[in-house]
Design a protein around this ligand. Sequence first.
Ligand SMILES: Nc1ncnc2c1ncn2[C@@H]1O[C@H](COP(=O)(O)OP(=O)(O)O)[C@@H](O)[C@H]1O
Ligand SMILES: CC(=O)OP(=O)(O)O
Ligand SMILES: [Mg+2]
Length: 403
Amino acid sequence: MTATGTRVLVLNSGSSSLKYQLLDMTDAARLAVGLVERIGEETSRLVHTPLAAGGDKREIEGPIADHEAALKAVAAELSADGLGLDSPQLAAIGHRVVHGGLQFTEPTVIDDAVLKEIERLVPVAPLHNPANITGIRTARALRPDLPQVAVFDTAFHTTMPEYAARYALDVATADAHRIRRYGFHGTSHSYVSRKTAALLGKDPSEVNVIVLHLGNGASASAVAGGRCVDTSMGLTPLEGLVMGTRSGDIDPAVTFHLKRVAGMSEDEVDVLLNKKSGLLGLCGDNDMREIRRRIDEGDERAELAFDIYIHRLKKYIGAYSAVLGRVDAVAFTAGVGENAAPVREAAVAGLEEMGMAVDASLNAVRSDEPRLISPEYARVAVAVVPTDEELEIAQQTYALVSA
Ligand SMILES: Nc1ncnc2c1ncn2[C@@H]1O[C@H](COP(=O)(O)OP(=O)(O)O)[C@@H](O)[C@H]1O
Ligand SMILES: CC(=O)OP(=O)(O)O
Ligand SMILES: [Mg+2]
């Protein structure tokens, strides 16, 4: 496939948001960036910045019913800046697709068969794959002639050894239903682990990195010499760390208990664990900024929620240190990891015996650049490494269509 244009539109559809970037791949310049949030609510908001047109940020408020309406609104904003989807300079549209199962280990041009497979995986990514599918269908309807490429969150984790990926479940049952650890946020874990190696002046093959992707969804991964060897999310993006609204690890028997003793239905348990738990369930807020503000005012519920979040994070740092044997770096990324200095400080506090420490003044620096926050004497580099899933998706998409 040979692309005629050099631009790629990247769509990152979340359960209630749509993030997008239009890039020119000749120099990876961002021409437009934006976000639609609170899709499906009365208070939806589109924030669009036409960087190429030198235009100011535009904010449009008002209800946007679903991801189809969101993408059409984005297309209209791009058109207004002369960057519309009808442009002959557009080479492809790259989609973040959260669950690719075992079959998708590489970026893939989307045809009907691929779309069908992504649909088959909806039960194991119920918050994410439906939004991704709507994004693909809408984009295809707008530009049926253009290649659409899926870049999967699960792809980077397919290198995990069998003993890390397989649950200790009856093998026949697990295999019949393809139940195993898939892991997510892989595009970010891959990008950030490579950037961390570069920050240390090393090749990815030379370093062992623990990546902590802390956004609304959150996951940890152990990356040895550039390959993922373990990660905290599992069959679905519910396992592992405490998240904005998801519980992360719990005793699976809690689910039987909720059904048998608390009388909840399957769907109610699903909604409880995915949407009403995590930081939100613990203290009523899922935004780390708000939690820190409440802690500063002496709010004990917010403080306990923070402590539970940090305790889980610490457990994974410990576990992945043992899995890797030698850790060269711990990298914090995504909304919370990049911005919340108190989270980084608390997660590493007390780990001096493991060679990990945070320097308070380095940790307080705000920057969009990858940076070290550990003191010089520390054996393990602790770093803040901003993720860029959109750039990574654009590069993988363009590589595929221009090959
Ligand atoms: N300045 C900040 N301080 C603390 N937390 C922040 C800050 N900015 C953003 N966050 C956190 O980042 C989260 C969103 O992260 P992000 O990576 O954008 O998530 P997602 O991609 O899953 O939507 C917010 O819920 C918020 O808690
Ligand atoms: C997989 C996942 O949890 O993604 P997000 O953080 O975008 O919700
Ligand atoms: Mg994200």
